[in-house]
Design a protein around this ligand. Structure first.
Ligand SMILES: [Fe+2]
Ligand SMILES: [Fe+2]
Length: 188
């Protein structure tokens, strides 16, 4: 039975029919990874507003605000992907993102309100989050293709691009002015 399936499997499959049929180990892994990032995104919609409030410059506040709106849509996209799998969206605690969110909270506590160093710290913490997301969505897009879930791959690729764009925007803000201004700051 398994042999017959393998024989018909080609590297590129045109539709999502293939993966939806079965409960392969890879399919289970993929679904678990979706639950993990679903938890992460939902928690980021709560964590990012705190970072936005804590930020010093309007430039950084605006960038985080844009990404909060994107993150809300990313949550919906994941719900769409669960739907494509015929599953209800379910969140499973992501230990890595919990740690990264905690780190974001602690850098705010450890830096002075209204300082440029605060913004540097928020950018560094945020970029760690973005890089985690880039790694996750990059993998999920590839796994979707492998599983023959092209529609899911397309949806997840949209989010991947937003995470990459956000990372670049944060780099631009840091290098534009904030890192230099923080370097001029007196010790608290
Ligand atoms: Fe995200
Ligand atoms: Fe993000």
């Amino acid at each position: 039975m398994a042999k017959a399936k393998t024989a018909t499997r080609s590297k590129k499959r045109p539709s999502s029919a293939g993966a939806a049929e079965g409960n392969t180990q890879l399919m289970k892994f993929f679904t678990d990874a979706l639950k993990d990032i679903y938890w992460a995104e939902k928690n980021l919609t709560k964590a990012l507003p705190k970072l936005m409030k804590a930020a010093t410059t309007e430039e950084l506040k605006a960038a985080i605000k844009t990404h909060i709106e994107q993150t809300k849509v990313q949550v919906q996209r994941l719900e769409e992907v669960f739907g494509l799998l015929g599953k209800k969206a379910q969140a499973k605690k992501c230990d890595a993102m919990e740690g990264l969110i905690k780190e974001g909270e602690s850098v705010v506590e450890d830096t002075e309100d209204g300082s440029m160093t605060r913004d540097v710290a928020i950018i560094v913490a945020s970029q760690k989050v973005e890089h985690y997301e880039i790694a996750t969505y990059g993998s999920l897009v590839q796994l979707s293709v492998t599983l023959g879930l092209q529609d899911a791959a397309d949806i997840l690729a949209e989010t991947l691009q937003e995470e990459k764009d956000t990372d670049e925007i944060l780099t631009g803000i840091a290098e534009g002015n904030i890192n230099w201004a923080a370097e001029q700051e007196e010790e608290a």
